[in-house]
Design a binder for this molecule. Structure first.
Ligand SMILES: [Zn+2]
Length: 750
């Protein structure tokens, strides 16, 4: 015999001997470890989940004499017919499974005995790995040497996986049927006996038809082996088994999964009740809102959404919906969308502008929105706006509110992505773990991946006057180790936070991009920002009132793009529905202004102090010392309306004189498209005019029929309808004359 072969064989033999000695002793095997069952409660003591078992321990160990005899019969028939005959491994079963697998072309049967399966559960080994199979076989033989058949069977039943994180028959019987294992009927026993072979495949919640089929196979096998007679077989075949509805056992499933993994990490094993911050009633209402909205978006290839709701003051998690349906494998429902990494699109822009406001900029600072190449670390990069247009010089307020990309990239470039990344890290974005060089200025447009929870809680910086506060999801636990340690950290000045919040709640400022009647326009104070990632893969809407912070993500877990779904059509309406629900009894009120803020009347075009010649003035807020001191240089007595790249001004200047009244929105030749997804009530245009006459009223007409009369400021809304339309405004002056605007023609596409 060659020397190498001898070495190899002796290695194998000594390994086997070693395994025999390092394996647990009989005493260790039978001295099962028990855990305390854990009840996870919501804030009103409603049970969200009762955890009865874990992989290594159970709170309900069950001896063989306290199990239904049907269970033992059904399990042996289902898993290992020659259980009482073999010594741990069953060569016949292995041969049979080999033939079955070869003819099926895939692994359909493992040929493992009950003893081998027990070995696998004790080893926590992956089921289909060949090396582990060998190891399992050795352990199985060892178990047979150390234990009696009865003891092996009892251990098997107490360690077998029954799906939905449940181990052991007593826990499984309680979870699925709310009864002890001793009371299982034949039909119930056969149902449970089928699960351990493939707990995910036979999950009774996900695939009730599969487990039913398996149950029928077991009935048939019991008949074939003479364990039941044909009358029993006939009776049991159609006997219904009432599986406890998953909703009773799995309230807020993603949230509970998170809590369980958190406890594992913290090694809190002695806890029996855990009171969380969740409000299960609110959770259910929000789950329903998600389902309704996703049904609406089916045609747009949207399958999933996630929501997190935090109480503003305490940052307690009130609702946590990780997917539309935890139990739907077709949409990867188990994936937790609250904690999945996704590109946030524009939702990080407020942090970019917060940096600008902290560094000499004001809400009135003009930023160019014009074609530009940004020389980033990652190479030349030309940002584009969502509407593919350039808007000239825009005030910071409008740049943020309308979510223009070019100004955001410019501002980020001015201060450097390092500063933005540092602010993001301080605001809890742990997922942004690459370097600033890696992200470049694209960071402000959301090229880094973050989670919905990170994004939502980061907005606490704006909701809490510049102070960041970590979220909280536990209220109390029956253990001395339990304590909640959180301290708010000041990241930006209260004035900066207030200005960002003011901009995010400014419906007029965002209307050029989103329209006046977008879903973001709520009937109470609400600061909100949307985001859409590249190629329409992710869609966000995050915001807050004085009472709640809400974050919504919409998309697909498989990363497939949605069909042109923007924040306004996707996450926006869900956000709106949730905010309306949350504020049905008490409306939100705007925050008090910080002391160091003052207001100035400024020229909307130049951002400088308004002069008597400025046509368009607004009230802007400034941190004391940053307010403008120069009077508008663009509108003076010498040159009333010259030299400023503003679209409205150009129209006004060119066309005002001949008619005295001109339609300033829409523009002649504008094309609009009816969004197939957005609800029709949001699909309106607001016609506007500019005039030099003091008018009593304006009659608006579309295609020569009057749609209504409007008074100062003469605006009127019109529902989009497909086709070509000719719009006219007819004004009545104080001295009784009528003045007519030049007509404006628009096209509305279906
Ligand atoms: Zn001006």
């Amino acid at each position: 015999m060659p020397e190498r072969k001898i070495v190899f064989i002796s290695f194998i033999l000594s390994s086997c001997a070693a395994i025999f000695f390092i394996l647990p002793t009989r005493r260790q095997l039978l001295g099962h470890s028990e855990m305390t069952s854990l009840q996870i409660l919501d804030r009103n003591n409603v049970i969200l989940r009762e955890v009865l078992s874990s992989k290594d321990a159970t709170s309900r160990y069950c001896t063989l004499d306290r199990m239904s005899p049907w269970l033992v019969e059904a399990t042996i028939i289902s898993e290992d017919k020659r259980f009482y005959l073999h010594k741990g491994i069953d060569p016949l079963a292995i041969l049979r499974s080999l033939i079955q697998n070869l003819s099926a072309g895939r692994i359909v049967s493992g040929g493992s005995t009950i003893t081998q399966q027990l070995a696998r559960n004790l080893l926590n080994s992956p089921s289909r790995n060949f090396v582990y199979k060998i190891l399992e076989a050795f352990v199985a033989i060892n178990l047979e040497l150390k234990l009696s058949k009865k003891e092996i069977l009892e251990l098997y039943f107490n360690y077998a996986p029954y799906g939905n994180q449940t181990y052991g028959i007593e826990a499984a019987a309680y979870l699925y049927l709310r009864k002890p294992a001793c009371d299982l009927s034949l039909a119930e026993a056969a149902l449970l006996a089928g699960i351990p072979q493939a707990p995910s495949f036979y999950n009774p919640y996900r695939y009730p038809e599969r487990i039913k089929e398996r149950q029928q196979e077991i009935f048939r096998a019991l008949l074939d082996h003479g364990i039941i007679d044909s009358t029993q077989y006939k009776n049991v075949q159609n006997q219904p088994v009432n599986v406890v509805a998953k909703e009773k056992n799995f309230l807020a499933p993603h949230f509970c999964e998170h809590i369980i993994s958190y406890l594992d990490k913290k090694s809190f094993h002695k806890i029996s009740t855990l009171k969380t911050t969740l409000d299960s009633h609110l959770q259910k209402e929000i789950e329903q809102i998600l389902k309704n909205n996703i049904d609406r978006l089916t045609d747009a290839n949207v399958t999933n959404a996630a929501v997190v709701v935090l109480e503003n003051h305490t940052m307690e998690v009130l609702a946590y919906v990780g997917s539309v349906d935890f139990f739907d494998p077709d949409i990867d429902g188990e994936v937790d969308g609250v904690r999945s990494l996704r590109q946030p699109g524009s939702a990080l822009k407020p942090f970019t502008y917060a940096l600008a406001l902290e560094n000499q900029c004001t809400a009135a600072t003009l930023i160019p929105d014009m074609p530009s190449f940004e020389n980033t670390y990652g190479g030349d990069y030309m940002p584009r706006n969502y509407d593919e247009k350039y808007h000239g010089m825009v005030r910071l307020r409008n740049a943020l509110a309308c979510s223009y990309n070019i100004p955001a990239v410019r501002v980020c470039g001015d201060y450097g992505p390092e500063m933005l990344l540092e602010l993001c890290h301080d605001a809890g974005f742990k997922s942004l773990d690459k370097s600033a060089i890696y992200y470049g200025v694209g960071l402000t447009l959301g090229n880094g991946e973050v989670t919905l929870l990170e994004l939502t809680r980061a907005y606490s910086v704006f909701a809490h006057y510049g102070r960041y506060l970590q979220e909280q999801f536990l209220l109390d636990a029956d253990t001395a180790d339990f304590k909640i340690l959180r301290k708010p950290r000041k990241l930006i000045e209260p004035e900066t936070a207030y200005i960002i919040m003011d901009i995010l709640s400014d419906n007029n400022a965002r209307s050029p991009a989103f329209g006046l009647y977008s879903p973001l326009n709520l009937p109470f104070f609400c600061a909100v920002k949307t985001g859409t990632s590249k190629d329409f893969k992710d869609n966000w809407c995050v915001g807050f009132t004085d009472k709640y912070l809400v974050g919504v993500w919409v998309g697909n877990f498989d990363g497939s793009p949605m069909h042109h779904v923007s924040g306004i059509t996707g996450a926006g309406p869900i956000f709106r529905d949730i905010m309306l629900l949350l504020h049905r009894t008490a409306l939100s009120i705007k925050y008090p202004k910080p002391d160091k803020l003052l207001t100035s009347i400024i020229c909307a075009e130049s951002g400088e102090l308004a002069s008597p010649y400025c046509d368009n003035t607004i009230v802007e807020i400034f941190t004391k010392g940053t307010e403008p001191t120069v009077i508008c240089r663009h509108h003076t007595s010498a040159a009333p309306l010259l030299g400023f790249p503003c679209k409205d001004h150009a129209v006004y200047h060119d066309q005002h004189e001949p008619t005295g009244i001109v339609i300033s929105f829409p523009d002649d030749g504008d094309i609009f498209k009816i969004d197939p997804i957005l609800r029709s009530e949001y699909q309106v245009l607001t016609f506007q005019i500019l005039t030099t006459y003091p008018l009593i009223d304006i009659s608006w007409s579309v295609n020569d029929s009057i749609i209504g009369t409007a008074y100062e400021p003469y605006k009127i809304t019109w529902q989009l309808s497909p086709g070509k339309h000719r719009i006219l405004a007819c004004g009545l002056t104080a001295d009784g004359r009528t003045v007519m605007s030049p007509p404006v023609s628009i096209l509305v596409l279906k």
